[in-house]
Write a protein that binds this ligand. Structure first.
Ligand code: PLP
Length: 390
């Protein structure tokens, strides 16, 4: 094989030269991102991942993932409508629906794909999408892809949604995270659902950060808000956070799931979820059902982080689930702070623009139910000790 690059003769700038300029601008603004592959046995205490229930390495979960891989193969071999639906997918969907109280469930290759599917397939020309200003990128992209008219409303403000819906004739869908991924605050779902009902609008809730930790035994934000099984509410979730696996799911009325199977492009044109991920997610769900106290403990750990950090004078958000954010003075400060934490054995998330819509850089910490009180105190100590001065 010839490994030397072809000699391209051209005059003028190359098609990708502007990317180097953009990279240099990013570097100067302190906004460069880079990959830092971790080892399998990292010595760091992980407050950056989303393994809220400590299940990703649970022996039943890893065993089930390995068994599914051995039984069904390394991949699902095709799209869900061709060869990519196994009995394991069907079992997972039935248990997810049963657990959450939804009429039906449909599993996707990721939570991102589930959100794109739900937003695009439940809207269309003439639909008004009402989207919270702090929604996750996957909901925002769903709104863009749908080509429906989208009104972005102020964060967590059902009155703003009411105003927009009252001026619209025709189908409408309000779209919101249940727990917002940057600051960890919860959406006012019961109020939002009431507003939607006034105007006959549907409600789509992304429960990525609520599933597994909110509601009775971790049944999710709809359960907590008294909306589980509602005929006018659809929920999405990822299998990659509380369930410690990979994949996504849409939960809702059977008529919605039937529609997605026939209309959602990220379902129809995407290879089905890998069997290992489906098997791991199913095993994790069964552990959660058996040990529902994991959900409450994860929330307690998050509140302990908040209490410790605010007592030390840091500007930390009050968590409604497992996410706590701590404000940093600048993107550069956030990066340097996260690096100092890492040097002291703590992995924390570092959120900078454009991931933060308000432009404020933060450290982002995630709680896990398997952290001990001593580990929580030690982690708070590191974050406080390494905080930017002044
Ligand atoms: C709120 C929210 N929605 C959706 C997703 C996407 O889920 P997945 O990682 O399974 O694609 C995430 C994950 O990062 C998220 O935080």
């Amino acid at each position: 094989m010839n490994s030397t690059p072809p000699d391209v003769h051209r005059s003028g700038p190359g098609p990708f030269d502007r990317l180097a300029e953009q990279a240099s601008l990013r570097r100067r603004a302190g906004l460069r991102r880079e990959l830092r592959p971790r080892g399998a046995d990292s010595p760091l205490v992980d407050l950056a991942g989303n393994d809220y229930l400590g299940l990703t390495r649970h022996p039943e979960v890893t065993r089930a993932g390995a068994d599914a891989c051995l039984r069904w193969g390394g991949g699902s071999t095709g799209s869900r409508l061709v060869t990519g639906s196994t009995a394991l997918h069907a079992e997972l969907e039935a248990e997810l629906a049963d657990f959450t109280g939804a009429e039906a469930a449909l599993v996707f290759a990721s939570g991102y794909a589930a959100n794109l599917a739900a937003v695009t397939a439940l809207s269309g020309a003439g639909t008004l999408l009402v989207s919270d200003a702090a929604n996750h990128a996957s909901l925002i992209d769903g709104c863009r892809l749908s080509r429906a008219a989208t009104e972005v409303v102020p964060h967590a403000d059902p009155e703003a949604a009411r105003k927009v819906l009252s001026g619209h004739r025709g189908p409408a869908l309000a779209v919101s995270d249940s727990v917002f991924s940057v600051d960890g605050d919860a959406a006012p779902l019961a109020e939002l659902a009431a507003v939607c009902r006034e105007f006959g609008a549907g409600l789509l809730v992304d429960d990525a950060h609520g599933f597994g930790v909110l509601g009775e035994g971790g049944r999710g934000a709809l359960n907590a808000a008294g909306l589980a099984g509602a005929p006018d509410v659809v929920c999405t979730a990822t299998l990659s956070k509380s369930l410690g696996a990979q994949g996504g799911v849409v939960l809702g009325p059977a008529v919605v799931v039937e529609h997605l199977v026939n209309a959602a492009r990220t379902f129809i044109f995407d290879t089905g979820l890998a069997p290992a991920a489906a098997g791991a997610a199913l095993a994790a769900l069964r552990v959660l059902r058996r040990e529902p106290e994991r959900a409450g403990r994860a929330r307690t750990v998050a509140r302990a982080f908040h209490t410790g950090l605010t007592a030390a004078g840091l500007d930390a958000t009050a968590p409604d689930a497992c996410v706590v954010s701590v404000r940093a003075p600048s993107p550069e400060d956030a990066v340097a702070w996260a690096a100092r934490c890492r040097d002291e054995g703590l992995a924390v998330g570092c959120f900078r623009p454009p991931s933060v819509p308000d432009g404020v850089s933060r450290l982002r910490l995630t709680a896990r139910c398997d952290l001990t009180d001593a580990e929580i105190d030690a982690a708070v100590g590191v974050i406080v000790r390494t905080a930017p001065q002044g």
